[in-house]
Design a protein around this ligand. Structure first.
Ligand code: SF4
Ligand code: SF4
Length: 259
């Protein structure tokens, strides 16, 4: 079996992120916090959705949180919003591994568009309920806390996601439901880093679509309408780039305002 160097590299980064989240449990102090708000060797970083919920609830953000959010937005804005999903998020790693299990056909597929709806619902419910809704139930925060403080009953949400992905819909959480994925999807629509497609080299073997967890983002390019993947859904995971036998796919920069 061919080794996909991009997938191997991404697994290494995902595992390093898990180890980073677990370092406070060993008493190490160069990383503090979680994926909502963290300090890495003193550099403050904030999850934009967490910051938005705090802003909605308190009407203000500290300068530290504002600058930490700006750093994160600029970074993911440049590299492709959902690069967070593909390379950093611990839930994406869990669902990547679930996806590798041999399993009969799922019952249905859900719309990619629902993530944006989930994002809007999260914002509205935060205002109505007066609590940071996503931070309260987030499987991302739950997984991060489990790595630091140990297993708790709140991990039931991860169990429910795994069951739903095995029985109901393939990759349902990351494809259709995650509000943070919805935020990074919007950000990724304007990212300069994209997957470029060389129609002349393509033999239409379909390998790229087989390995992509959102194969529909490749469809317009494979139909030769476009020479790059424009969708903000792309996680820049590189799986398609690494698998393509004809080297028809690769990373490239584009003018982010060109539609
Ligand atoms: S893997 Fe490469 S050759 Fe095969 S369909 Fe995709 S782009 Fe074309
Ligand atoms: S299009 Fe390629 S880089 Fe983007 S998510 Fe699919 S496999 Fe990953």
């Amino acid at each position: 079996m061919k080794v996909n160097r991009w997938t191997t590299g991404r697994r290494c980064v995902q595992i390093l992120m898990l180890l980073l989240l677990a370092t406070p449990a060993f008493g190490w102090t160069f990383f503090e916090g979680n994926l909502g708000a963290a300090a890495i060797v003193g550099l403050q970083l904030s999850d934009p959705l967490a910051a938005l919920q705090i802003l909605l609830l308190t009407g203000t953000l500290t300068a530290t949180m504002l600058s930490g959010t700006a750093i994160v937005v600029v970074f993911y804005g440049l590299f492709g919003g959902r690069v967070f999903c593909g390379w950093v998020c611990p839930v994406h790693l869990i669902t990547d591994l679930v996806d590798l299990l041999p399993w009969p056909k799922r019952l249905s597929s859900w719309s990619l568009e629902w993530k944006t709806t989930a994002l809007i619902v999260t914002v509205i419910m935060t205002v109505i309920l007066g609590i940071p809704v996503f931070e309260t139930v987030s499987p991302i925060g739950t997984t991060a806390r489990a790595l630091t403080f140990g297993v708790s009953s709140s991990l039931i949400i991860i169990v429910l996601i795994v069951i739903a992905e095995l029985v109901l819909v393939r990759r349902v959480w990351c494809r259709s439901l995650c509000p943070l994925g919805g935020f990074y999807y919007q950000l990724g629509r304007f990212s300069p880093l994209v997957v470029a497609y060389d129609t002349a080299k393509c033999s239409h073997c379909g390998e790229c679509r087989r390995v992509c967890f959102v194969p529909e983002v490749l469809a317009p390019s494979l139909k030769s309408q476009r020479n790059m993947v424009h969708s903000g859904e792309c996680t820049r995971c590189g799986a398609c780039v690494g698998i393509c036998p004809e080297k028809a796919l690769g990373f490239a920069l584009r003018n982010p305002f060109e539609r």
